[in-house]
Design a protein around this ligand. Structure first.
Ligand code: NAD
Ligand code: UDP
Length: 338
């Protein structure tokens, strides 16, 4: 069996990816220090898949702990999700963001190199494109100026991984630039469970619907878009998970640095999402129009041709299924995994 190490595998995207990897017949090893997730997730992954995963409650920046994992397993490929991800928090805690998001990658690659494991799939983000006005965003566009430390950590990780390949072209490195992952596994047993007050549209809608947040503030309705609200490329987290399986398959037989956007190629406005979500839950969500959020762009969506051609993967779930599955998770687990 092919063993895949998933750092951050108990987190939102990692847990869904573990399900898809197990479904595809891979053996999964999760390494997660549970700093932003819970052990219950690991049990639920096993419950959904009917398969066993090996779990290490280790820190991905700790080389001694990583050593133990690489010594015990014959790892073919690593998917590196572990890290901190809150844009707003990164502005107030830049040292933590640079330290954790860079040290995890540096330690991981050090130990990978030592054990001659040179296949890595890295969680990057559309944020590395900066504030481009040209849509769709294509993988070969120049990288932009990031608007926050979190974005710069993704930018720097991409740079580090590229330089590792420059020094040793036998590495196979996939940089996956995610657009806006939303939704949950259709069982409703795993989903997004943000700590603290969320900043992203979907968790805010969901928590408003269960009464944890009083209302949605729409950040600006004067953008140059058909209804004036911001447009984003929302992608169902299970499509994203399947995109990782396609990436792992190709990464195992590739060499070089390969970059793929993982999005749908379609954009939806805040009002379109709100209306679809209200239709899904059968009631209105309290909301009001507020000012624009600093740093927001009007429109952002992915060019998807490269992933379709080279990974043979295409997102298939629509915005209604994103809303339905997200609501199925939140209504069954109004307080997340608590
Ligand atoms: P998440 O916080 O739910 O998952 C990250 C997991 O990593 C958590 O389980 C956390 O406990 C773990 N972790 C953090 N630091 C660790 C460390 N030092 N050692 C071991 N484990 C550690 O986040 P997510 O939404 O699943 O995102 C996964 C990855 O995808 C992140 O790298 C994130 O930056 C990236 N990404 C996410 C989005 C998004 O919108 N969710 C968009 C683009 C990119
Ligand atoms: N948004 C909003 N109210 C909120 C959170 C987000 O109107 O409370 C808007 C935001 O301005 C953007 C879209 O929803 O146009 C998606 O925002 P999110 O933070 O989810 O993703 P990102 O902007 O990081 O792509």
């Amino acid at each position: 069996m092919t063993e895949i190490l998933v750092t951050g595998g108990a987190g939102y995207i990692g847990s869904h990816t573990c399900i898809s990897l197990l479904d595809a017949g891979y053996d999964v090893i999760i390494l997660d220090n549970l700093s932003n997730s819970r052990f219950a997730v690991v049990s639920r992954i096993q419950e959904i898949s009917g398969k066993t995963v090996t779990f290490y409650p280790y820190d991905a920046a700790n080389e001694l702990e990583l050593e133990k994992v690489f010594a015990r397993h014959d790892i073919s490929c690593v998917i590196h999700f572990a890290g901190k991800k809150a844009v707003g928090e990164s502005v107030h805690m830049p040292i933590d963001y640079y330290r954790i998001n860079l040290n995890t990658t540096l330690s991981l690659c050090t130990v990978m190199q030592k054990h001659n494991v040179k296949n890595i799939v890295f969680s990057s983000s559309a944020t590395v494109y900066g504030t481009s006005d040209i849509m769709p965003l294509q993988e070969d566009f120049p990288l932009g100026e990031c608007t926050n430390p979190y974005g710069w950590t993704k930018w720097m990780n991409e740079r580090i991984l590229r330089d590792i390949w420059n020094s040793d072209p036998s590495w196979s490195i996939h940089l996956l630039r995610y657009f806006n992952p939303v939704g949950a596994h259709s069982s409703g047993r795993i989903g997004e469970d943000p700590l603290g007050i969320p900043n992203n549209l979907f968790p805010i809608l969901l928590q408003t619907a269960v009464g944890r947040i009083p209302k949605l503030i729409i950040h600006g309705n004067d953008y140059p878009t058909p209804d004036g609200t911001g447009i984003r490329d929302y992608i169902h987290v299970m499509d994203l998970a399947e995109g990782h399986v396609a990436s792992v398959k190709k990464c195992l037989s590739d060499s070089g640095v390969n970059i793929f956007n993982l999005g749908t190629g379609k954009g939806y406005s805040v009002l379109e999402i709100l209306t679809t979500f209200e239709k899904t839950i059968g009631r209105r969500i309290p909301c009001e129009i507020g000012p624009r959020r600093p740093g927001d762009v009007a429109i952002c969506y992915a060019g998807t041709q490269k992933a379709e051609t080279e990974l043979h993967w295409k997102a298939s779930r629509d915005i209604l299924s994103m809303c339905k599955d997200a609501w199925n998770w939140q209504s069954q687990n109004p307080f997340g995994y608590e």
